[in-house]
Design a binder for this molecule. Structure first.
Ligand code: ADP
Length: 405
């Protein structure tokens, strides 16, 4: 079965084509035949496209863009034309899986897309304005170019759907609950994949483990996982809650927002912009949202960069502590995504304060670019794994599960 995956960001688009022969196990990712990355953040009206295939063919170009539909059409052409051709025609694709950021309360697992699902994704755009509309555009682009191919929505919120009310409901007035204001959680596809992969690498039954998965990319979130499901997570009603991130603040006292509205006459858009784009590592350092640049600035003695990193680490430890309380213990700590996979210093700083649990990091192993490896010492009471997240594979696998029936 050939499955195309569309993973859309607000100004980027990642896509992969997988060929699944026989069984597809979530915990055993396979390599895509073809993968494409599109990014239109650098030059206005232009998109950079980078395509590579499992046979080692590559394509890199800059194209003019007017719409996402047009850009997806261009990307689909590279599947069956030119140096990165891997199929003869688009009709060879058996199914298309989409990462959909918000599934709300109703979508607790992946579904085959029909008119009701599209309506729900549209309705939920209120809750995820930067993401759900672009997910819908991806679905429409596929309808335009691949006709009646079966499409599957894989929700980033679904893995968190069983979080108990005591952890999910915000202690505001009860009307909030009626307006569906609650903790939904995000990055679920990544947290779920990492939990399954960790259990597989450790040769253990996932249901018997208590895990904390730390997804530390541009966006950052933690999940506490027990009985194979998320029981607590740091992102909330929106992806703005919880940890400090690249350019997002994470949790702040809501009284600050009231103060800004009253004293400085902020508009909702101004608040949105500052909290989402000019906060976090970027806001505090004044340098960058990228941890590599923060570390370079620290090495040159920049005190704001140092403060930004100190807050980041403090909040990471703080929320790991919160997840520990929900789990009532810990068997496995997982680090994933850009910072989690590539920054040994962040992992070491996070682990350092949990020595009292008997958690011991093997500092040498931790430094040697470990991927899908246990970096705890043999005597550590907690296994510590660095896992390369495979969201696209996880989407393909969900899609295969639904379409094989
Ligand atoms: P996204 O959330 O956009 O998918 P990624 O998971 O790719 O992001 O993470 C991107 C971030 O990873 C970058 O902004 C950068 O801060 C961080 N990163 C990547 N490589 C390293 C590294 N070697 N050391 C520290 N941070 C890194």
């Amino acid at each position: 079965m050939k499955i195309l995956v569309l993973n859309a960001g607000s100004s980027s688009q990642k896509s992969c084509l997988y060929e699944i022969k026989g069984e597809a196990l979530l915990e055993e990712p396979s390599q895509p035949l073809w993968e494409a990355k599109l990014d239109w953040t650098h030059h206005p009206g232009k998109a950079e496209i980078e395509v590579k295939t499992s046979a080692g063919k590559k394509l890199q170009e800059e194209i003019s863009v007017t719409s996402r539909l047009q850009i997806i059409a261009h990307m689909l052409d590279t599947l069956c034309q030119g140096p990165t051709k891997v199929i003869s025609q688009l009709s060879e694709i058996d199914g298309v899986g989409h990462r959909v950021v918000h599934g709300g309360k109703d979508y607790r697992e992946s579904v085959v897309i029909n008119a009701d699902v599209k309506d729900a994704i549209t309705r939920l755009a209120n809750l995820a304005p930067a993401h759900n509309p672009v997910n819908l555009e991806g679905i429409q682009a596929i309808e335009q170019h691949l006709g009646n191919v079966r499409q599957v929505a894989v929700f980033d919120t679904a893995f968190h759907a069983d979080i108990p009310d005591a952890a999910a409901i915000y202690p505001g007035p009860y009307e909030w609950v009626k307006h569906d204001i609650r903790r939904y959680g995000f990055h679920g596809i990544s947290h779920q994949y990492c939990a399954h992969r960790a259990a597989h690498l450790l040769n253990q039954d996932l249901a018997s483990l208590r895990l904390i998965t730390c997804h530390l990319g541009n966006g950052c979130s933690l999940a506490a996982i027990k009985n194979s499901r998320s029981i607590e997570t740091t992102m909330g009603f929106t992806p703005l809650d919880g940890l400090m991130m690249g350019s997002r603040s994470g949790s702040v006292d809501p009284g600050i927002l009231i103060y800004l509205l009253r004293q400085f006459g902020y508009s909702p858009d101004q608040l949105d912009n500052e909290l989402n784009k000019f906060s976090g590592l970027r806001g505090i350092s004044g340098i960058s949202n990228d941890m590599r640049q923060i570390k370079e600035a620290i090495a040159q003695g920049n005190s704001r960069a140092q403060l930004a990193r100190d807050i980041y680490i403090h909040r990471l430890r703080y929320y790991i502590g919160a997840m520990l309380a929900s789990l009532e213990g810990l068997d496995v700590l997982v680090f994933t995504a850009g910072v989690g996979e590539n920054d040994p210093d962040t992992r070491a700083a996070a682990c350092e304060v949990f020595g009292f649990l008997g958690l011991q990091l093997d500092l040498e192993k931790n430094k040697q670019k470990p991927i899908d490896i246990d970096v705890a010492t043999p005597t550590s009471t907690v296994r510590v794994l660095v896992i390369h997240t495979e969201e696209d594979w996880a989407i393909a696998q969900e899609c295969w599960q639904l379409l094989k029936q």
